[in-house]
Design a protein around this ligand. Structure first.
Ligand code: HEC
Length: 132
């Protein structure tokens, strides 16, 4: 009887803790497709808001969402793994003007470094959540 209870409990825990794929929730469609930010813990949500501003000036968030939910980078068609994510992040941070040229004040550098960090933390978080 006791071992039966243990087996049942083990099964329940396994079912509860097995994450389903494509766990990230999205809202909108087409050009308005974006992540549902209500699913994020508060600090990721704050960083996500930074990303939403910085990364939506040239293209919508559709590109970012598709990379994570399909596992394929939408333009280059490369498998969107950790390496491609890091290289893309680096390229896009530059495109977004988040670089550190000579001559910036200490305060300006600080703001840019914080924004870069915030965006990188969201992109890493999304990768962790999408491949769990
Ligand atoms: C100055 C314009 C511009 C900004 C700002 C910008 N992007 Fe892009 N993004 C592009 C262009 C152009 C492409 C397609 C060419 C390329 O991949 O370089 C692209 C492609 C992408 C792709 C698909 C890459 C692939 O290989 O398929 C992702 C993902 C992406 N951007 C994410 C971001 C993120 C995250 C940010 C914010 C840090 C951002 N973008 C900011 C212009 C921009």
């Amino acid at each position: 009887m006791r071992s039966l209870v243990i087996i049942i409990l083990t099964c329940l825990v396994t079912v509860w803790s097995t994450p389903s794929l494509a766990e990230l929730r999205v809202v909108g469609k087409g050009e308005t497709l974006r992540f549902d930010s209500s699913q994020f813990p508060p600090e990721i949500k704050r960083s996500y808001d930074v990303m939403a501003v910085r990364c939506s000036t040239c293209h919508s968030q559709h590109r970012i969402v598709m990379a994570y939910i399909t596992g394929v980078a939408p333009v280059s068609k490369k498998p969107f793994d950790n390496d491609v994510m890091k290289i893309t992040t680096f390229r896009m941070l530059r495109k977004a003007g988040l670089t550190l040229p000579e001559g910036l004040s200490k305060e300006q550098r600080k703001v840019i470094i914080e924004e870069r960090r915030a965006i990188a933390s969201v992109l890493n978080y999304l990768m962790d959540e999408s491949t769990r």
